[in-house]
Write a protein that binds this ligand. Structure first.
Ligand SMILES: C[S@@+](CC[C@H](N)C(=O)[O-])C[C@H]1O[C@@H](n2cnc3c(N)ncnc32)[C@H](O)[C@@H]1O
Length: 282
């Protein structure tokens, strides 16, 4: 396992993923009934953008670093939960401490909601465990993500958000992701599954999207943010999320939010957004 999220925290892909995740959690809280978040690839929880790893790549500067100027009011209203968590972590202003997905979700969730944060990398799992040790709402596990979902689904609350956010560093990761999603849905058909995928000059995104379309689950939404052209050896040109059992009207919100993020994060005129149903709700 070579991937460490500390090098990439706060980049354009994190901004998309976390702004969307914050909207999904906000929708879950519209009902009083508690829910559970299962973050199958959790990372370490929080990231120091002034630290050595983030400084080596400077990726955050092209992501959260570009969000200092406010957007129009309707966009800021949709970004508010994400912004509030960042502000709470940085009381002195600016963004030095950046929330990873489990920290973001947990800071938005209520006392009655629960989280499983799973991370396979042994060192990052220890960091994650230490970070959440005082929060009784969180169970930190260190398993392969597939095993974690098999052992923890369905959640006792029968309401939940499952984040599948692998690094796609091994060759069959797209297939593994699809397997995880299909198994997960068999165990928990009503879960809101959020699957991240990279936009690069390869077929990863197509493989993931074709596999998800084949599941034919109504209410499966796709949201993508591209910051530049993809070329061979050029790395991450953008990213996407497939959201299965997308909350009602999430599509309308993201159709307002994501084009504005793409315009801000894109290089030159390259910023592009897509918000489309893979399978429309019935
Ligand atoms: C993209 S990062 C996660 C970032 C995090 N979800 C966030 O948004 O803040 C992917 C994480 O998955 C972990 N990972 C890689 N393979 C895994 C596996 N098979 N099972 C569980 N975790 C894995 C990596 O160590 C890494 O921390």
């Amino acid at each position: 396992m070579n991937y460490r999220h500390a090098y990439h925290a706060g980049n354009h892909a994190d901004v998309l993923k976390h702004a969307v995740l914050a909207r999904v959690i906000t929708h879950m809280m519209k009902k009083d009934k508690p829910f559970r978040v299962i973050d199958a690839h959790a990372g370490t929880g929080v990231y120091d953008l002034g630290g050595i790893e983030a400084g080596k790549t400077g990726e955050w500067e092209g992501g959260i670093g570009r969000l200092a100027e406010p957007f129009a009011a309707e966009v800021e209203a949709l970004l508010a939960p994400y912004r509030q968590v960042i502000a709470a972590l940085n009381p002195q202003g600016g963004v030095r401490i950046y929330p990873g997905s489990p920290e973001l979700a947990l800071r938005l969730m209520r006392d009655s909601d629960r989280m499983i944060a799973n991370e396979l990398h042994p060192q990052d799992a220890v960091t994650l465990e230490r970070h959440f040790i005082r929060d009784a709402r969180v169970e930190v596990t260190s398993m392969d993500a597939e095993t974690c979902l098999k052992s923890r689904l369905p959640p006792p609350e029968r309401r939940g958000v499952i984040l599948i956010d692998p690094p796609y560093e091994v060759k069959d990761e797209a297939e593994r992701t699809l397997r995880m999603l299909a198994h997960g849905l068999r165990r928990f058909a009503l879960g809101v599954f959020v699957v991240w995928y990279p936009l690069k000059a390869d077929r990863t995104a197509e493989t993931v999207l074709e596999g998800i379309a084949e599941l034919k689950i109504p209410g499966t939404l796709k949201v993508e943010l591209r910051v530049r052209e993809a070329f061979s050896g050029g790395g991450l040109a953008g990213s996407g999320l497939a959201i299965v059992n997308a909350p009602w009207r999430l599509d309308e919100e993201l159709s307002v939010l994501v084009p504005q993020l793409a315009a801000r994060l894109g290089l030159g005129s390259w910023g592009k957004a897509a918000v489309e149903w893979i399978n429309a709700p019935t």
